[in-house]
Design a protein. Structure first.
Length: 236
């Protein structure tokens, strides 16, 4: 635990101590049960806001940023609960006092709604992460296609006898790969696998002595056809 978090915890505990002291000092005329209820509700409200300092919701190391997707919901329910709980304490203790059992029931309902809201926020966060994971997987296959094509271009750059037409066509394929949209259906994955196999075959051909230009051109044509077919498929 780093020093900043240690100090944050100490400040949180100090704040909680002040809350308890203030209630004990200013709430001398309140019944013990009512005083305890007010302290508990105030502690919950205090913890909701202070815990974000100790355990920040936004993790900048998380590429999916799943917490951001639920941040709005989380603060909405937290704010509504805070206003409702404080208003209920003030009204039931001063404006229109009601019995302790009724107050416990009211605060219990508010806390249940808060818990439900936080559950919805967490579910939303998980959904964001699932979508990111799926998109990353779809993007991974396209990255493989891009890397395989780069490897072929690197090999061609090391060879002085390769016709310019071969390099030009591979370069065009590589540049056009950015126009392919990530997709999550089987047909797209099959075409991406075909493209990888064809591009790897071209790379293998570049190690043949002598070079089999007919085979190289044939596989370039296959890559071009596969690219065109894959470009027409969008995510569903």
């Amino acid at each position: 635990m780093n020093s900043n978090k240690t100090f944050s915890i100490l400040f949180m505990l100090a704040g909680e101590a002040l809350i308890i002291i203030c209630f004990l000092y200013f709430g001398k005329n309140l019944a013990n049960e009512l005083l305890a209820l007010n302290i508990i509700v105030s502690t919950i409200i205090y913890a909701l806001f202070f815990l974000d300092i100790i355990f920040p919701m936004v993790d900048f190391k998380d590429k999916s940023q799943k917490t951001i997707g639920s941040l709005g919901l989380r603060w909405l329910f937290t704010s509504v609960y805070t206003v409702a709980a404080i208003a209920a304490m003030i009204i039931s203790n001063t404006v229109k006092p009601i019995e302790i059992n009724s107050q416990i029931l009211i605060q219990g309902i508010f806390f249940f709604l808060l818990s439900l809201g936080l559950y919805i926020a967490i579910s939303s966060s998980k959904k964001v992460h699932e979508v990111f994971a799926e998109q990353s997987l779809n993007r991974y296959h396209l990255d493989e296609m891009n890397m395989a094509t780069k490897n072929v271009l690197r090999k061609i750059d090391q060879m002085a006898t390769i016709p310019t037409d071969v390099k030009s066509r591979i370069t065009t394929i590589h540049e056009n790969l950015r126009f392919i949209s990530p997709c999550n259906n089987k047909e797209a994955l099959d075409l991406e696998s075909d493209f990888l196999n064809e591009m790897n075959t071209i790379k293998d051909c570049l190690f043949d002595i002598p070079l089999n230009y007919e085979k190289i051109i044939e596989n370039i044509q296959r890559c071009e056809r596969t690219y065109k077919e894959r470009k027409q498929i969008f995510t569903n």
